[in-house]
Design a protein. Structure first.
Ligand code: UDP
Ligand code: MG
Length: 314
């Protein structure tokens, strides 16, 4: 008997695309079942991340008419990462494997079959990796790829061009559940869990309808979260920056003393005000950066729930 699979789809204000996603993913699952790649008990779980449009009503309709679908409604918008987390933790224990995929199906559902095969060949995690981003705008591609490179430079164990399209075995979900952090950066955590992994490659498609739910501000805060939850390298940079400033200040001191001894009177305040501004500026950067990490510690220490479920539909 083949393994059971749950496909988890986070949805936030996706009314424009949900109907098309529904039929595509439904066909995809039916296809997997008919080829006996997954068991008949395999399902799809739609997670409504506090949508403000008709998304939840549509999800309810889908679950009523098709028993292959279940759903979770979160009490408010918690963000993409928490929506995935809720989908995984709320269903953990009921399936052999789990796939997470975005509602816009920009990630190719054709490779789901390859993921399932890699899993039955023993891989506990199968990463979906984009090898073609030509459908993304130059800006999106540039920022996204720089992000992966920067993360790798800082020692965050991300997989280049892999987002949150992946298959996880139940054991990975069990281990993932032990990571209690509030500042979630799932694609950084999964590779640290270990076990045998595999990659499948696909070309990222264009969003068919609706707009991105990741505007620049959310993208930046996500990237920042990824860096600060995994790496203390920026603090080290601050230290080096501080050391550099200190050496610079020594240089300036020498210059001032020599000028004084040479009998040159320094008249202008420029030479006083400029370094002052410069040093107080860099001090503020340093304090701000440390504050960022303290803020993270504060959030983690409160250990508030990472999501709250309002409703389930089985
Ligand atoms: N999403 C979510 N909560 C949010 C933002 C996004 O659940 O606060 C979902 C969204 O519905 C989609 C996925 O996360 O299924 C990825 O979002 P999107 O496609 O807009 O991001 P992009 O592909 O543009 O990076
Ligand atoms: Mg998308």
């Amino acid at each position: 008997m083949p393994d059971s699979l749950l496909i988890i789809i986070p949805c936030y204000n996706e009314e424009e695309i949900l109907e098309s996603t529904y039929s595509q993913i439904n066909n995809c699952l039916a296809d997997l079942k008919s080829k006996e790649l997954v068991s008949a008990s395999s399902k799809i779980c739609l997670v409504d991340d506090g949508s403000k449009d008709k998304t939840w009503e549509m999800i309810e309709g889908i679950c009523r008419k098709n028993e292959n679908f279940s759903s979770i409604k979160l009490s408010r918008n918690y963000g993409h990462q928490s929506a995935i987390l809720a989908g995984l933790l709320e269903n953990s224990g009921s399936y052999d494997s789990y796939i997470t995929i975005d509602a816009d199906l920009q990630d190719d559902i054709e490779v789901i079959a390859d993921m399932v095969k890699a899993h039955s060949n023993g891989a506990k995690v199968v990463y979906g990796v984009r090898n073609d981003r030509s459908s993304d705008s130059f800006f999106k591609r540039f920022t996204a790829e720089s992000f992966y490179k920067l993360m790798q430079k800082m020692g965050v164990p991300v997989i280049f061009n892999h987002a949150d399209f992946r298959l996880m075995d139940q054991i990975i979900v069990d281990k993932f559940a032990e990571y209690k952090e509030v500042n979630l950066f799932i694609r950084g955590i999964i590779p640290t869990i270990g076990f045998k992994s595999e990659k499948v490659y696909y070309a990222r498609k264009e969003r068919e309808a609706g707009e991105t739910k990741y505007p620049l501000s959310k993208m930046l805060s996500f990237a920042w979260n990824g860096i600060t939850s995994f790496s203390t390298t920026p603090m080290r940079w601050v230290l080096w920056f501080g050391i550099f400033n200190f050496l610079l200040a020594l240089g300036i001191t020498a210059y001032v003393i020599i000028s004084r001894l040479a009998g040159q009177t320094i008249l202008g305040w420029t030479s006083i005000v400029l370094p002052m501004a410069y040093f107080s500026g860099s001090n503020m950067i340093a304090i701000g950066l440390i504050g960022e990490y303290i803020g993270k510690i504060y959030e983690e220490i409160k250990a508030r729930p990472r999501y709250i479920v309002e409703k389930h539909m089985k």
